[in-house]
Design a protein around this ligand. Structure first.
Ligand code: UDP
Length: 343
């Protein structure tokens, strides 16, 4: 059985889909602070359709040591795929305590419960935010790590703890550093669903005449003046986690970037979304957002070398699926707001 922490969230739920598709039973641990019960329901329905994989759900917090120990005593967990975390950069600057508490302390509890219960395999969801302002592009895994916000610092602190636990206690790990994750599974079981949406693609998709899309800065030193990012499809990304799990037993501990190796500007993404929607989206150019580097692009050679993994999904498909999910989400929201009774 695989334990997926944060499995009711965006990336964790896509990882759950991939594990289910690959025939694994999973137990999801999530406190639903940013994840959604509805996603759990949809995962369980999907698993049932797939003929009976088990998808159990434990509504608990990774800071709850008692709950963690009960979980490890109840289930025979082979590995932990750890997504549970807070991940809003701005919030981490104004409320670092929350980030150190949830991300660092929560993960230490999880690691300690794993060690206590002899669970020695982890796949950890880290981020390119641990690199900070890039010194060169594309960014490889040897790039210095100098995070420029508490979110990145907490993920780096966890990476360090995992490495130390590996040396001392024989923990086996794969650490993934994600670039910009976009898209949704084609069946719309899940997708980006944040109460506070800060990400580019969903913000363009949500824009209308009452809510104009804000483009943060068109005066960067890039081809069209807007920031360049490496946009990786969430389904491709999720697959890497299953592959990593399947390699954990017999491979070295590795730290791997997950991106496409290609960069798109904000304007290019905006144009691609307009094309997918076949409509004009209202846009206003705003000042730069603090802490946004001009360029972030992954060097993806090591992912190919170690896991034989590379991104497959074309950008247009990621955007098409994200748009399809956005529609699904609007209906889902209505369902939840108006559960109603049919008379
Ligand atoms: N961005 C934007 N408007 C938005 C959200 C994002 O112009 O409403 C820009 C942002 O400044 C950055 C890029 O889109 O250059 C990607 O931002 P996102 O928040 O999606 O990911 P990040 O790179 O910050 O992790």
């Amino acid at each position: 059985m695989i334990l997926i922490t944060g499995g009711a969230g965006y990336i964790g739920s896509h990882s759950a889909i991939d594990f289910i598709k690959s025939g694994y039973d999973v137990v999801i641990l999530d406190n639903l602070s940013t994840g959604h019960q509805k996603i759990i329901e949809k995962l369980q329905n999907f698993a049932q359709d797939k003929k009976g994989n088990l998808v159990d759900f434990i509504n608990a917090d990774i800071r709850d040591i008692y709950a963690l120990n009960v979980l490890f005593n109840t289930y025979k967990i082979d590995a932990v795929v750890h997504f549970a975390a807070n991940s809003l950069v701005n919030e981490s600057v104004t409320n670092p305590a929350k980030y150190y508490d949830n991300n660092v302390l929560g993960t230490l509890n999880l690691l300690n419960a794993m060690m206590k219960n002899d669970v020695k395999k982890i796949v950890f969801s880290s981020t390119c935010a641990t690199y900070g302002e890039p010194e060169y592009i594309p960014i490889d895994e040897e790039h210095p790590q100098r995070p420029v916000n508490p979110y990145g610092s907490t993920k780096l602190a966890i990476e360090l703890a995992i490495k130390d636990y590996a040396k001392a206690y024989g923990l086996k790990y794969t650490i993934f550093r994600y670039f910009n994750v976009i898209g949704a599974d084609e069946n719309c079981i899940s997708g980006e669903w944040h109460d506070i949406e800060t990400h580019l693609v969903p913000n363009i998709l949500k824009a209308d005449k009452n809510k104009v899309f804000s483009l943060f800065g068109d005066d960067y030193d890039t081809k069209d003046g807007t920031c360049i990012r490496d946009y990786i499809d969430v389904v491709d990304l999720a697959q890497a986690h299953t592959m990593a799990y399947e390699h954990l037993e017999d491979s070295e501990n590795v730290i791997v970037n997950l991106g496409t190796g290609d960069g798109q500007s904000v304007k290019e993404i905006f144009a691609a979304v307009e094309k997918a929607l076949k409509t004009k989206v209202p846009l206003k150019v705003c000042p730069r957002r603090e802490g946004d580097p001009a360029r972030l692009i992954a060097n993806t050679e090591y992912a190919k070398e170690t896991l034989g993994w590379s991104a497959k999904t074309p950008l247009e498909i990621s955007i098409k699926n994200a748009a399809k999910w956005e529609k699904t989400l609007q209906n889902l929201n209505t369902e939840i707001k108006n559960p109603g009774v049919k008379l």
